[in-house]
Write a protein that binds this ligand. Structure first.
Ligand SMILES: O=C(O)CCC(=O)C(=O)O
Length: 323
């Protein structure tokens, strides 16, 4: 994996050089090599480690308790690791919804979902509960909330209750999928934009039953008219390009005919799901996944019903996607 060139990076050039010199193909690395040269003592004593899961994306982070207050250095380190590995996993993080919200809020303003229910008293934490909503909705490759003008920069998902087996989640790297395309294909895609539509994943027949649900759905639809995003998005921190269409919300490619759009989207949806670009996470209660929503998609495997599964999610608002 090549070294990353961070835009507006907080790191010193020597620490970035060190990052380059260490390559990134080691299965485990100590995180301190990308920290600013002079560490405050309290952080220098922490033993944060990252273990890669696959070449394309993913790392398990150990040595951190997310319920504890986060130093600015640690926040930057996590952000840097997130951008580099695209999905970070943390085991044994038994956070309250308030702690979950507070941790997520360190990375940006939090999104309030227009449809999904939330934890009582904590509007920023969505509850994905198989006894309350039909989670087959997430058994499709999707990037969260791309129907918004400013889709999330990331999301932080925590496992509350799990079936004995099943209920894994897969992530795919849009950056790895983009990098595997031929030059002519990349060049063509970079000129295109796509429409992302709230209604594609939240159709009225599923979410508008009954007067109250219909009123909520109609408001959500009016607040979120279809938006246009580039088909290939440049990451705002690294500049790396990613495929930014997803089966959940992307309805068409604007510059193409209906048939061309359908074929090209179908190709991209299949391409992004290739095992080479994906990882699969087997959850334990208390696990947290923190993903970069600008460069990934995910798929929640729907193989465990009628067993009960409950997940909590915080969603961090991002910026307007740029080509
Ligand atoms: O429940 C999961 O594993 C994933 C949830 C999901 O797809 C989402 O939060 O968008």
């Amino acid at each position: 994996m090549r070294a990353r060139h961070l835009r507006a990076s907080p790191w010193t050039s020597s620490s970035v050089d060190l990052l380059k010199s260490q390559g990134g193909d080691h299965a485990t690395r100590h995180s301190s090599f990308i920290l600013p040269a002079r560490l405050p003592t309290e952080f220098a004593n922490m033993h944060l480690t990252l273990k890669k899961i696959s070449p394309a994306l993913g790392a398990v982070v150990a040595g951190i308790d997310l319920a504890r207050p986060l130093t600015e250095q640690l926040r930057l380190e996590l952000l840097n690791s997130l951008v580099e590995r695209q999905v970070l996993f943390f085991r044994d993080q038994h956070l309250t919804p308030q702690q979950h919200r507070d941790f997520a809020a360190k990375f940006g303003d939090l999104h309030i979902h227009p449809i999904y229910p939330h934890v009582a008293g904590v509007r920023e934490i969505i509850v994905l509960d198989t006894q309350k909503i039909d989670l087959a909705d997430n058994a499709i490759w999707h990037t969260d909330v791309t129907f918004a003008e400013k889709p999330p920069m990331g999301a932080i998902l925590r496992a509350e209750k799990l079936p004995e087996t099943g209920g894994d989640t897969l992530w795919s790297s849009g950056a790895a999928a983009y990098a595997a395309l031929s030059h002519p294909m990349r060049e063509m895609l970079e000129k295109l934009t796509a429409t992302h539509d709230f209604v594609k994943s939240f159709p009225v027949e599923r979410f508008g039953g009954g007067a109250d649900a219909y009123a909520k759905w109609e408001k959500a639809r009016l607040d979120n008219p279809p938006v246009r995003h580039p088909v290939i998005r440049s990451h705002p921190i690294t500049g790396d390009k990613s495929i930014f269409v997803n089966e959940g919300f992307t309805s068409c490619i604007n510059e193409l005919s209906g048939r061309e759009s359908k074929f090209l989207l179908e190709f991209l949806f299949q391409h992004i799901a290739k095992p080479e670009f994906t990882i699969r996470w087997q959850w334990q209660v208390g696990d947290i996944a923190f993903w970069d929503n600008r460069s990934t998609q995910h798929y929640a495997v729907d193989d465990y019903r009628p067993n009960h599964r409950v997940m909590h999610r915080a969603t961090i608002i991002g910026d307007v996607p740029r080509a």
